[in-house]
Ligand binder design. Structure first.
Ligand SMILES: O=C(O)CCC(=O)C(=O)O
Ligand SMILES: [Fe+2]
Length: 606
């Protein structure tokens, strides 16, 4: 196990480091938490010690413990005060007043809180917690103040890691919601991946966590209430008074500062995870509970956490940890819950992007440059979601279509051109591409192939050339005999339009034209096209002139071997998947004209 120690983390105050880089998911430290409190409904860990539950022993309120001993101990040392099944006859308005007037010795409270933050002499709920994950190695040249984690003394309250920078008002909250200012469509860019951090979600999570601080508090009081602290009887009254809770969580009074400190130091802990009851177990996995531990409270916050605090035996089991320990709260919520402005890479990048958008008008070169810089920074920091969001925005303003096209996400690419050219009408490239996108948007025929039994093309259907009543591959054998009267007044020999269905596994009615142009090969100028793949699902080449007008020429296919090519007569079509490697064979005499057509399969239902 790697030794974890505290040292200066630059502007973040002190932080936890490992002596050497650790492989992902390694167990960094096993420890006894001061207190551990599982989430309601998280039945997999003991409400007293945090150990994994084999056969839960329940309290009358249904809190689960790993053993009778744990249950009894928990009841005696705090749970009695919170247990909903306990007698609450003693509660009264008078007691509430008594509670509110209780000791206001804030200085003393903060001393005790310092003790909490640094692993001071607080009695722990017996349990096992572990810090697991992938800590950074301390950067070279960084001030070395390391001391053993175990041996931390007092005065470590900077370990909360966030008291810096209160005045960072601007930019907060702007990262989110900025998009609307410019009338940007949601679902693009920043909207993605941010859902989990919506204010509602954060509030819900905060609400979920808050009551656990009380359990933690009680865990800390176990056996030794500090002098001047409210009596257990009074504490018992607490749980029914929302207003008191609110005041305390604002940090008012002796107990308030203690609660505020607990909130800052308590960490959501993961493990096997517990399903979010709101989604019936199908959706998000919530942290299993909250722990207060010496090492944990020394962890600095990052919205891109590198480690997780893991409950109970889950830590020893290994396996995947989700690293959500610090990812529960963002920006405004971080400030509200933990009292600091987050300066992690993610927040910095997002704040920066928000500022850029404010400072430079949409589409301006400065803006593009600054966004590009932040996009690259996000990429370097490994903030891939942010990098995608930023680049999406950038690309929409500059080259989104090309990038999406390369990814064969044609529907999105097309929408991006159209949306982009509306937002930036002065952008010539956007305008040109949007015009093409509009021009090629031809409503598909209601049925590209007639209903009824459809014939499959011949076995080798990779290349199907059909047109002018004839075919030039073996597919003809299987399908050219179809002589039908369709919508035409005279019967013709037609090819079934089954290529898309058989090869692309989609209905031909979902084919759309992406682009089309005339290609001119000239023995004296551009003679050939090197082997390549097209940015299309399906490509067509249509021969425009007689084969007698040129020597050489034709479409070559790598799969057909060095000499494999088709050289269709005027009016014939060669159809092939865009990903099939092909080229324009060299014309050695004369001129060859073709129309190259690039098709994509739309996701839209026809
Ligand atoms: O010349 C040909 O037949 C191939 C043309 C082609 O592959 C293209 O334009 O992408
Ligand atoms: Fe091509």
């Amino acid at each position: 196990m790697s030794s974890v120690y505290t040292s200066s983390a630059g502007s973040r105050g002190r932080g936890l480091f490992t002596a050497r880089a650790c492989p992902s998911h390694s167990l960094l430290r096993l420890g006894e938490p001061h207190a551990a409190s599982p989430m309601p409904g998280c039945a997999s860990v003991c409400c007293s010690c945090g150990r994994h539950l084999e056969r839960p022993v329940r309290c009358a309120c249904s809190a689960a413990y790993c053993s009778e001993a744990c249950r009894d101990k928990a009841y005696d040392t705090g749970h009695a005060l919170l247990c909903v099944a306990a007698d609450d006859a003693a509660r009264s308005a008078a007691s509430l007043a008594e509670l509110l007037s209780l000791g206001s010795d804030a200085a003393r409270a903060s001393r005790e809180v310092g003790g909490l933050a640094s692993g001071g002499p607080w009695v722990a709920a017996a349990g096992v917690s572990a810090v697991a994950g992938h800590f950074p190695e301390e950067e070279e040249g960084e001030e070395e103040e390391g001391e053993s984690d175990e041996g931390q003394g007092e005065g470590e309250s900077e370990g909360e890691g966030g008291e810096e920078g209160e005045g960072e008002g601007e930019g907060e909250g702007e990262g989110e919601g900025e998009g609307e200012e410019e009338g940007e469509g949601e679902g693009e860019g920043e909207g993605e991946g941010e859902e989990a951090h919506s204010p509602e979600a954060l509030e819900a999570e905060a609400r979920l966590l808050l009551p656990h601080c009380w359990r933690l508090l009680l865990g800390c009081f176990e056996g030794r209430l500090p002098e001047g602290a409210p009596s257990r009887r009074v504490l018992r009254l607490l749980r029914s008074y929302g207003e008191v809770l609110a005041r305390l969580s604002r940090g008012e009074g002796w107990l308030g500062s203690l609660v505020a400190a607990l909130e800052r130091n308590a960490l959501p802990a993961s493990g096997a995870g517990c399903a979010d009851p709101a989604t019936g177990g199908a959706g998000a996995v919530l942290p299993e509970g909250v722990v207060l531990s010496a090492a944990g409270s020394m962890l600095n916050h990052s919205c891109v956490p590198s480690c997780a605090v893991v409950f109970g035996d889950e830590a020893a089991k290994g396996g995947e940890w989700t690293g959500r320990a610090h990812d529960l709260a963002r920006t405004a919520a971080l400030r509200a819950m933990h009292g600091f402005v987050c300066r992690c890479e993610k927040c910095e990048v997002q704040r920066g992007v928000a500022r850029v958008r404010k400072m430079h008008p949409a589409g301006s070169d400065e803006r593009l440059e600054a966004l590009r810089a932040f996009g690259l920074r996000a990429l370097e920091e490994g903030l891939y979601e942010d990098a995608v969001a930023i680049h999406r925005r950038l690309l929409r303003e500059a080259a989104l279509c090309s990038a999406l096209q390369r990814l064969h996400r044609f529907d999105e690419a097309r929408a991006a051109w159209l949306g982009g050219s509306e937002a930036l009408p002065e952008h010539a490239e956007l305008r040109r591409e949007a015009a093409a996108a509009r021009a090629y948007h031809i409503a598909p025929p209601p049925h590209a192939s007639p209903p009824g039994k459809r014939k499959r093309p011949a076995a080798e259907a990779r290349i199907l050339a059909a047109g002018g009543g004839r075919t030039i591959t073996s597919s003809e054998k299987s399908s050219s005999s179809a002589r039908r009267a369709r919508r035409r007044s005279v019967p013709t020999t037609d090819m079934e339009a089954t290529y898309a269905e058989s090869r692309l596994k989609v209905s031909a009615s979902r084919l759309r034209v992406w682009d089309a142009f005339v290609v001119r090969y000239d023995a004296a100028a551009q003679r050939s096209l090197p082997t390549h793949q097209d940015d299309s699902h399906l490509s067509l080449t249509i021969a425009l002139n007689e084969t007698g007008e040129y020597d050489g020429g034709g479409t070559s296919f790598e799969d057909l071997g060095g000499e494999g090519f088709v050289r269709p007569e005027k009016g014939c079509v060669v159809a092939f998947p865009g990903e099939l490697r092909h080229g324009g064979r060299a014309v050695t005499r004369g001129v060859r004209y073709i129309i190259a057509v690039f098709l994509w399969v739309t996701e839209e239902s026809p």
